[in-house]
Ligand binder design. Sequence first.
Ligand SMILES: Cc1cc2nc3c(=O)[nH]c(=O)nc-3n(C[C@H](O)[C@H](O)[C@H](O)COP(=O)(O)O)c2cc1C
Length: 214
Amino acid sequence: MQIDPLRHTKADNYKLLTNLVAPRPIAWISSRNPDGVVNLAPFSFFNAVGSDPLYLIVSIGDNDAGGPKDTARNIRASGEFVVNLVTEELFDAMNLSAADFPPEQSELEAAHLHAAPSVRIGAPRVAEAQASLECKLHSAQSLGANTLFIGEVVMFHVADHLLGPRLHIENFAPIGRLGSPSVYCRTTDRFDVARISYEQWRRGPAEPPVTAAD
Ligand SMILES: Cc1cc2nc3c(=O)[nH]c(=O)nc-3n(C[C@H](O)[C@H](O)[C@H](O)COP(=O)(O)O)c2cc1C
């Protein structure tokens, strides 16, 4: 079946896009407003897009009144934010932080979480998060009703128990967003498959090992 976005509502198109481009990681963004209130909210229009320098993107839509969400306003005003990553024990707090709290009320406090200082930026990270990325705003690009923020990662915070030899991340199981509005997945069902070079492909499948004839 073909579905032409021109013939459907914005709500239906949003539903199609976000249920097909899945699972998406969740950026749980802590930011600070000019009065020092720490804001916290989840965003799944999120991904890593550059490794040298380290860039990530987050796309934030306007609020229902057509204005910027608190996170977007804070990022523009301060030029910085923290992406905290969401693991299962933090799920309820993440979900609560998506409620439309007024700007003067901190979602961090409402969710009984704690702020931990960042190293290179002023906005704090979520102390309870297993991993957090301090980011400085690289640029912001308007995309219709969304704003795409590109952040440069300037510091990683990773819980010791996730770190294996040579900075390998082990047993990290962030929650993914599968579909809107509220379907999620775990990332605990893993498999590891080695990549294949062109030369290996050209040679074809490896011969089965020769076993001694009976
Ligand atoms: C898992 C999840 C992912 C979300 N992803 C986005 C997103 O990518 N972009 C967006 O604008 N809103 C997203 N939202 C909604 C915001 O979290 C919500 O509007 C929040 O109230 C914004 O808070 P703020 O005004 O404090 O910034 C998401 C909500 C949830 C629960």
